[in-house]
Every structure is written in structure tokens, then in C-alpha cells.
Design a protein around this ligand. Structure first.
Ligand SMILES: C[S@@+](CC[C@H](N)C(=O)[O-])C[C@H]1O[C@@H](n2cnc3c(N)ncnc32)[C@H](O)[C@@H]1O
Length: 309
């Protein structure tokens, strides 16, 4: 496109890192949706763990944050049944449009654009809040949790999942390390918790403390093994190019080709015969809003279940 550069006073304000994250996710909504079958089988063990921790019942009112195109929403909708309600939200309008299309037959689901850090539900209106693989993209998770906690009824549960540290997640850290080195050979990548991103909430102790610090009780953080078994090396590389490609997009075409060739060599063993897959561990964090009367189980008799410490 030809044309003059905009005058300084017309320049758009710089995007915050958070805006950039939200926009980047939304831009890939259609592609993310197409990866649903692979992502669902990848996350399946964590999903099952989250479902157990949520302990949903027919008729429950649930808020889902960062729901993407609705991969996890289906399970939530099945658990609450037609008499329940799942408010499935995501910051991206395109994500939400795809979700609404995907789940149109589920009358108990309302798809809504909402920043997970700006939840606006009424106090005490929810039985549960769920978020699968989204919380680590929030700019201020503690503030978000403090805002969410009062929207739960006493005894209501919050359950979310995030990635464990990079050394337990070769699935992402192995290609990311290579691409970061190509992008900036002189500087090592910043520590995982320096900014919102896949590993920013990967410390299980910090995660538990975060939940306790905003008043949750019966806090549990469980590590769940979720190896990714992609259908082929070609598909895995396609997936990496889509989710990690931005790291090397400023490099010359030949450097990009060399970087991707190095990634391919490094991740090929994930698909070797007998390999358990690409290593991935997910943390499922759960907490319960205290019952003002002293015991969460009194709020909804029969809901109490044993939980890992
Ligand atoms: C890895 S995807 C997970 C999607 C879905 N939960 C799943 O498990 O398939 C991360 C999602 O977080 C969303 N997201 C990122 N920042 C967000 C924010 N501040 N508020 C709400 N959603 C956000 C993205 O739009 C994206 O859909």
C-alpha cells in the first residue's frame, strides 16, 4: 500500500502488552477452532480433573472465562444440563462468534465477549467459575481473582488450569527456546513470570498462595500429565508456526527457514515410535469461597467431597 505515514498527532496510541495478547488470540480464532480435535485430546486429562474439582450439578450457574471457541464449554453445559446456565466468555469477539456458532444447539449456554479481568456478575450469583488455559494471559491475575471471588455464592468453586514450568513442558519450551535464540541471539528470554504468557503462573506454590491471598479455602493445586500426541510431524509444525510464528516474523526468509528446520529436528523425537508424545504438564488449581456461616458444605448439602491438600 502506498501513502504517507500518518502525522504524529494521528498515530494510534501504543497497544499495551495485554491488548496485543488479546488481539493476537482473536486474530487466530478461526484457526484455533480448527485445532479443536487435537487440543481436546491434548488437554483431556486436565479437563477430566477440572470437571471433578468443579463437581457441577444440574441447574448450576457457571461462569467460564477465556473460553475460546467453546472446547471446554460443552462439558460444562452437559454437567449443568438444560436447567443450568453457562455464561461462556472470552475477550475476543471473533472467538465468541465462533463459540456461539459451535454451541448454538445448547440453550443453556450464553456466549459473551468479556475480559476475564473485568467480570461483572452480581455478588453471590454463581455456583462455579472455570477457566481452562487462559488465566496465565491475564495482566493482573490477583486483581482478577479478587474481583471474581465475591461473584461466587458461599461454598462456590473456582477451578482453572495453567501450564506447569517450562522444564516440564517440552511441548512448548523446546521450540520456543530455539525460536527466541534465533530472534535475539544476544539476550536470553526473560524469566517465565516476567510477563503474562504460557508459563507466567507455572509455579504451583505461588498459585496456591494467590488463591489463599484473596480468601479462597480448601485450595488444591494438582499437576496433571497431558502429553501432546499430534497426528504427524507436519501437523505439529503447522501448529507451532501458528502459535509461535510471531517470535521470528521479523527475521529474513532464510533465517526463518533455518530456525524452523532446527525446531523440526528438535521436536521430531516427540513422534518417534514408542515415544509417549510431547511432554506437557498442566496445573489444575481449585479453591472454594468460604461459607460465611462456617462451613461450605452447609450452603449446598451433599456437595462436599474429599480434596487433595
Ligand atoms: C489457550 S486459549 C484457551 C481457550 C479455551 N479455554 C480452551 O481451553 O480451548 C486462551 C484463550 O484466552 C483468551 N484470553 C486471553 N486474554 C484474555 C482476557 N484478558 N480475558 C478473557 N479471555 C482472554 C484468548 O482469547 C483465548 O481464547
Amino acid at each position: 500500500m502506498h501513502g504517507a505515514m500518518p502525522a504524529a498527532h494521528e498515530a494510534p496510541p501504543p497497544r499495551s502488552p495485554k491488548e496485543a495478547t488479546v488481539e493476537a488470540w482473536d486474530a487466530r480464532a478461526d484457526r484455533w477452532d480448527e485445532w479443536t480435535p487435537m487440543v481436546e485430546s491434548w488437554f483431556a486429562p486436565a479437563t477430566a480433573n477440572m470437571e471433578r474439582a468443579l463437581g457441577l450439578r444440574a441447574g448450576d450457574q457457571v461462569l467460564e472465562l477465556a473460553a475460546g471457541t467453546g472446547g471446554f464449554t460443552r462439558a460444562l453445559a452437559a454437567a449443568v444440563g438444560p436447567s443450568g446456565h453457562v455464561i461462556a466468555t472470552d475477550s475476543g469477539p471473533r472467538m465468541v462468534a465462533r463459540m456461539a456458532e459451535n454451541l448454538q444447539e445448547l440453550r443453556q449456554v450464553t456466549a459473551r465477549v468479556m475480559d476475564g479481568e473485568r467480570a461483572d456478575q452480581s455478588p453471590g450469583s454463581l455456583d462455579a467459575i472455570a477457566c481452562r488455559q487462559g488465566f496465565m494471559f491475564f495482566a493482573a491475575p490477583e486483581t482478577a481473582l479478587a474481583r471474581l471471588a465475591p461473584t461466587l455464592r458461599p461454598g462456590g468453586r473456582l477451578v482453572f488450569s495453567v501450564f506447569s514450568p517450562p522444564d516440564r513442558n517440552g511441548v512448548l519450551s523446546r521450540p520456543s527456546r530455539i525460536l527466541s535464540r534465533w530472534a535475539d541471539p544476544d539476550h536470553p528470554p526473560p524469566p517465565p513470570d516476567a510477563a503474562p504468557g504460557p508459563f507466567s503462573l507455572s509455579d504451583p506454590v505461588r498459585l496456591g498462595n494467590l488463591l489463599r491471598s484473596v480468601g479462597f479455602e480448601s485450595v488444591a493445586v494438582e499437576a496433571v500429565d497431558c502429553p501432546l500426541r499430534p497426528p504427524s510431524l507436519t501437523k505439529l509444525m503447522e501448529f507451532y508456526r501458528e502459535i509461535l510464528g510471531a517470535t521470528v516474523q521479523r527475521l529474513s526468509a532464510s533465517d526463518q527457514a533455518a530456525a524452523w528446520a532446527e525446531v523440526e529436528t528438535a521436536v521430531a523425537p516427540f513422534l518417534a515410535p514408542g515415544s509417549p508424545g510431547a511432554p506437557c504438564e498442566i496445573l489444575v488449581a481449585a479453591g472454594r469461597r468460604p461459607d460465611d456461616r462456617g462451613s461450605a458444605s452447609r450452603a449446598r448439602p451433599g456437595r462436599e467431597r474429599s480434596r487433595p491438600a
